[in-house]
Design a protein around this ligand. Structure first.
Ligand code: SAH
Ligand code: SF4
Length: 349
């Protein structure tokens, strides 16, 4: 584990060891855990059933993280809220809350920047800065959980689709997920968490071997290597055939359906021929396709596909029996696309 920076870095077992090291009975760790992950308190003073000596020691050893909320934005339809956090070292990360009927889905980041360099992605365009710690990932969720609890509401789903490639920060991402699914604390079902990857093949296999019911989304964007590699440089390392083998392995191990994501770019990857290639690639597989018209970014000239082109694409997929959903990126008016709020604030759009 990395050096401990905050109280959200620790698993319940690690917290228990620490409490014992401090000469306290082990049950104290569950008390602390419940304050953190069921009551969302953000200071030790509020943990009223702990001895004050323990509260004092914890304050020094395990501080609460205090990222600055640089901007807080709500979309005009009020369904989407986006926060840009400034971390103590000056890096920025984003998290987005989306309200849809009874769902409260939170989109969180796992890295500052990203090393994968997808040409259309605002985070990819900034390059890799660093991995987020376990606590920095967990805190994004707790921030919104605390806010929602004030109005009797809660986070129901998490999508790891914010800034960064989660499987490139594998250990911290999984450690954060383990904390958030712990039954004694936050207790979010693994099925309610989706990890989205650009397609790191060995990491997908490792993920499948975890034996968890976590959902997996793969950003495919094109069904031929030549076209995919133009958009996603990392595709050169793991061609689509290998990616599909890893995807099948995940399905075999978990019995779960995979989601494939396609950002549809006018004339680039959205013609009926593209759809047919995708249809024959995915035919018969336990999967679903999300079609998302591109969100334009500063350094990429591509344009979003029109609604009618997206609909035509979807009709072709239907013919292959491949199910799909069109997702219009919500909160476009607040730059809710991956990495886009940071881009606007830091570089001034
Ligand atoms: N690195 C992971 C998760 C973060 S990106 C991944 O690539 O899957 C989350 C999703 O947003 C990915 O499917 C990504 O391709 C998509 N995305 C990034 N920039 C986009 C843009 N400008 N328009 C539409 N989708 C975009
Ligand atoms: Fe990284 Fe995902 Fe953006 Fe690609 S789309 S650059 S993998 S965050």
């Amino acid at each position: 584990m990395d050096e401990i920076q905050s109280v959200y870095d620790l698993s319940l077992d690690e917290l228990t060891r620490l409490v014992i090291d401090l000469g306290e009975p082990s049950f104290r760790s569950v008390q602390i855990w419940q304050w953190l992950y069921q009551h969302y308190v953000t200071d030790y003073l509020s943990m009223t059933n702990l001895p004050s000596s323990l509260r004092d020691s914890l304050k020094d050893i395990l501080p609460f993280p205090e990222p600055e909320v640089v901007t807080f934005q709500r979309s005009s339809d009020e369904h989407t809220e986006k926060v840009l956090f400034k971390l103590p070292d000056g890096n920025y990360i984003e998290a987005v809350l989306m309200r849809y009927k009874k769902r409260r889905t939170l989109c969180i980041s796992t890295q500052a920047g990203c090393a994968m360099g997808c040409v259309f992605c605002a985070t990819g365009q900034m390059g890799f800065v660093r991995n987020l710690s376990v606590g920095e990932i967990v805190h994004q969720v707790l921030y919104f959980a605390g806010r929602l609890s004030e109005v009797g509401d809660r986070v129901t789903n998490i999508v790891v689709m914010g800034m960064g490639e989660p499987l490139h920060n594998y250990d911290n991402t999984l450690a954060a997920v383990n904390i958030l699914t712990d039954p004694k604390g936050f207790d979010l079902g693994a099925r309610k968490i989706t990890i989205s990857t650009v397609g790191l093949v060995p990491a997908i296999r490792r993920f499948a071997d975890e034996g968890r019911q976590l959902r997996l989304a793969i950003s495919l964007h094109a069904a031929s290597d030549a076209e995919r590699n133009k958009l996603i440089p990392i595709g050169k390392r793991w061609p689509i055939a290998e990616l599909m083998e890893a995807a099948r392995y995940y399905i075999l191990k978990t019995g779960r359906r995979i989601t494939f994501e396609l950002a549809l770019i006018n004339e680039e990857n959205d013609t009926p021929e593209h759809a047919q290639r995708l249809g024959s690639l995915l035919q018969g597989m336990l999967c679903h396709v999300n079609l998302i018209p591109l969100n334009p970014t500063r350094e990429y000239g591509g344009q979003p596909s029109s609604i009618s082109r997206v609909a035509a694409f979807q009709r072709e997929l239907d013919r292959f029996g491949v199910s799909s959903t069109v997702r219009v990126r919500r909160g476009i008016d607040i730059q809710a696309g991956c990495g886009q709020l940071r881009d606007r604030v830091v570089r001034g759009k």
